[in-house]
Design a protein around this ligand. Structure first.
Ligand code: PMP
Ligand code: GLN
Length: 386
């Protein structure tokens, strides 16, 4: 009927999140697949958005974002991460981290540039890199520790490397990379004159006293880092799609051109509510983390009692279960059986690899009410073997 469409997008299947959520709805399963909390999110922030819809400005806001939000972003990161950002020249608001990623990849990559990616990778990365003409070079991360070392980076980087796309805290592995890992990665960026595109959307969802370190704060990286955040994750309001970008003025000039023609702007009422929320006192963020940690620990304990091997979750809404001790070697088949037989949806982590996948880990979202987690655990009591 039609001439061939773009082969990268025409060749894609529906995302694993959408597929698993649809299956969960069809089978009335408990959805521990796609990452979103049960909790409705902070009432005062939602009220602020509602007030802004009714009483505020509902026409196009400025292309770079509301000044009050950009100022709040600069204050927030100064306070939490010790970053000094010029809100007028170094901060931009986008329609979700997803738009920020797409815009950054489109505007920074020229066809043929090499792009270093870590697998397992967040599902949007690879199609966007390929569409931008990037040539992916993969660093493979494996359970149980999901760490990288100098030799792995040396294999992936070259003088053709334009950028590395680094996700920290890492979804789906639930690892938080610390200063040493980042300094190692930074040394490769500096040696090969590469940009670090850093997806830091999970920056506030870190556990056991950890503090997020932004790549922007690493020596030598201030001028070569693009930092991406998401209000959806900061306030447990994943449907909001308000993204944040911070980068030096030279990079921002180009990033803003992509934003200008992808979405141009982001709903002003949500921006106003996020501006309000970013100034919340520390105890809001500490309480959110403590609540997530309680859920993580409750679910982990229940899984261990039922004979599962749980890998440590250092951040994000997720934990991974290692299937190898159960004698399971096909995570997709395992997840399908879990939905059909037990009424629980999870995500097979092989979906996050482009090739050479690890097929023995499954991701569960624990950002749920106690009743939801307990019911899921009850359903996992009797696990049918393949
Ligand atoms: N990057 C990562 C690593 C994510 O986990 C997500 C969403 N879970 C996003 C980007 C997308 O964020 P947003 O909803 O703000 O587009
Ligand atoms: N980031 C969410 C997750 O990891 C999913 C977002 C989406 O469905 N695109 O579960």
């Amino acid at each position: 009927m039609h001439k061939p469409m773009n082969p990268i997008f025409a060749g894609l299947t529906t995302s694993v999140f959408e597929t698993m959520s649809a299956r969960a709805r069809e089978t009335q399963s408990i959805n521990l697949g796609q990452g979103f909390p049960d909790d409705p999110g902070p009432l005062d922030v939602r009220q602020k958005a509602a007030d802004a819809v009714v009483h505020g400005w509902n026409q196009y806001p400025p292309m770079m974002g509301l000044p009050e939000l950009r100022q709040a972003i600069a204050r927030h990161y100064q306070h939490w991460q010790g970053l000094t950002l010029d809100w007028e020249r170094e901060v931009m608001v986008t329609s979700g981290a997803t738009e920020a990623l797409a815009g950054a990849l489109m505007s920074l990559i020229a066809p043929g540039d090499e792009v270093v990616l870590f697998q397992p990778l967040y599902d949007a990365y690879l199609p966007l890199v390929l569409r931008a003409g990037g040539v992916p070079k993969f660093v493979k991360l494996s359970p149980p520790h999901w760490r990288f070392d100098e030799a792995a980076l040396a294999e992936a980087f070259s003088d053709r490397t334009k950028l590395v796309l680094f996700n920290n805290p890492q979804n789906p592995a639930a690892v938080v990379y610390g200063r040493e890992d980042m300094e190692l990665l930074a040394s490769f960026c500096i040696r090969h004159d590469a940009i670090a595109l850093c997806d830091e959307v999970w920056e506030h969802v870190v556990f056991d006293g950890r503090r997020h370190v932004s790549m922007l704060a690493i020596d030598g990286m201030r001028e070569r880092t693009v930092k991406i955040g998401s209000a959806g994750k900061i306030f447990s309001l994943t449907g909001w799609k308000v993204g944040l970008v911070a980068a030096c003025p030279d990079l921002m000039k180009v990033l803003s051109k992509a934003h200008q023609y992808i979405t141009f702007t982001t709903p002003p009422n949500l921006q106003a509510a996020v501006a309000y929320g970013l100034d919340k006192q520390d105890d809001y963020f500490e309480t959110m983390r403590a609540g997530m940690m309680r859920s993580r620990d409750r679910f982990t304990k229940g899984l261990i009692e039922r004979g599962f091997t749980v890998l440590p979750s250092e951040g994000t809404y997720f934990l991974a279960v290692d299937l190898a001790p159960l004698g399971e070697h096909d995570d997709l088949a395992f997840c399908q059986r879990l939905i059909e037989n037990n009424g629980v949806a999870a995500i097979p982590m092989s979906a996050f690899y482009a090739h050479d996948a690890v097929r023995t880990t499954v991701r569960f979202c624990f950002a749920k009410r106690d009743e939801t987690l307990d019911e899921a655990l009850k359903r996992l009591e009797t696990l049918k073997k393949a």
